[in-house]
Design a binder for this molecule. Structure first.
Ligand code: 5GP
Length: 366
């Protein structure tokens, strides 16, 4: 068991579904919440136990989402969360991540969607312990096996990570606000923004509100990924598939007919095992649609969703898949490699990622 866990840690991994504010470190959350408590913004005692807990219930997760929204109104905090999140993903041997976040307007704090994103990018620039390649022009890194697998950040080699950003449209937003997010994504293309996501509470909002912005994004050549079928809503799932998204996330409540469409169109699925379990989208992990998709060789990628919120890591998601569905070490590394095909970055980056995983295969399978 320990050996398998270690293997899952060592594999260079691709993370395509992680929300920035859901990736906050527990220690940072604790520290920042305490300060907010001292300032009288929140009642710290009301959240302290939830922050300290690892197996949080669904209502407790929503309690923390509310807290994240208060924290994300400060530019310095946003930069810190982004910096630490990338450091943590790199420590897990994630070599490529598409980190998604909802650009936020907050007039009273002097925050615009653009200044929020500038704070995220400031956080990426501030990382020193890891070599971060986030500009669209960065498409080759130090691909030596030492750089990929080294655990000693104080040594000569640092870990490498490619970072790309997805801008999320929150389901609470208006059509105009969603359009603003797409325009911002187009403006920030050179700073690593590669696509658009639709997320937020799945029982809030109407599909037709977001459709114009998503269609506009596609017309402008921005790939889109949609949180799809998190709750039973067949009509919405069908409408989502009608616009041919480049990827979908979760896909917990799809009927056979919609699965047929997903499979025949080979739409990659971002699988978030722990998240789906915690948010009670399924009764038990062994009943997850991962098993059917894996058997069908359908394109998919293992992701964390909100590693901070759900106390998980990409390595842990690989371990969970291996231990639940009986995947071998070789199958796990193939799963990581297959994900390269579904990234929204350039062919140059895909080539570099292929080299990285091939090198790791040679090293690890010796
Ligand atoms: P942020 O966009 O603020 O960086 O990350 C947190 C936000 O991501 C949440 O407020 C929510 O809108 C979205 N989010 C995080 N996890 C999930 C999830 O499992 N499902 C959906 N639909 N949205 C999520």
């Amino acid at each position: 068991m320990e050996e398998l866990k270690e293997w899952c840690h060592l594999i260079p991994k691709i993370e395509l579904h992680a929300h920035l504010n859901g990736s906050i470190r527990d220690s940072t959350l604790f520290e920042l919440a305490k300060v907010l408590g001292e300032k009288g913004v929140i009642v710290f005692a009301a959240v302290e136990d939830v922050i300290m807990k690892s197996g949080r219930s669904l209502p407790e997760c929503f309690q923390l989402f509310d807290l994240f929204h208060i924290l994300a109104t400060d530019h310095e905090t946003v930069a810190r969360i982004a910096k630490e999140a990338i450091e943590d993903f790199a420590a897990e041997n994630v070599v490529y991540i598409e980190l998604r976040t909802t650009p936020k307007n907050n007039e009273s704090k002097g925050m615009t969607k653009r200044s929020y994103m500038e704070a995220v990018i400031k956080g990426l620039r501030a990382i020193e312990t890891v070599s971060v390649y986030f500009l669209n022009t960065d498409d080759s890194t130090d691909n030596s096996i030492e750089a990929i697998l080294t655990n000693d950040i104080h040594g000569a080699k640092k870990k490498n990570i490619y970072v790309r950003l997805l801008l999320s449209i929150d389901r609470r937003e208006t059509t105009a606000a969603a359009m603003e997010t797409v325009d911002l994504a187009l403006e920030l293309k050179d700073l690593g923004v590669v696509g658009i996501d639709l997320s937020g509470n799945p029982v809030v909002g109407e599909w037709n509100t977001f459709l114009p912005a998503l269609t506009y994004a596609k017309e402008q050549g921005l790939p889109i990924t949609l949180h799809c079928g998190e709750v039973p809503n067949r009509k919405e799932v069908q409408s989502m598939l009608d616009i041919c998204p480049q990827r979908i996330g979760h896909a917990c409540f799809l009927e056979n007919e919609e699965w047929e469409r997903v499979k025949s169109s080979k739409i990659p699925v971002e699988i978030c095992l722990t998240s789906n379990l915690r948010t009670q989208r399924l009764e038990s992990i062994d009943r997850h649609h991962f098993a059917d998709l894996y058997k069908a060789k359908h394109p998919m990628v293992l992701c964390t969703d909100d590693p901070g919120l759900f106390s998980t890591s990409v390595s842990n998601e690989y371990y969970l898949a291996a231990s639940t569905f009986g995947l071998s070490k070789g199958e796990l590394i193939d799963l990581a490699q297959n994900a390269i095909e579904f990234v929204f970055a350039s062919d140059g980056v895909k080539k570099a990622l292929t080299d990285i995983i091939q090198a790791a295969k040679r090293e690890l399978q010796q």
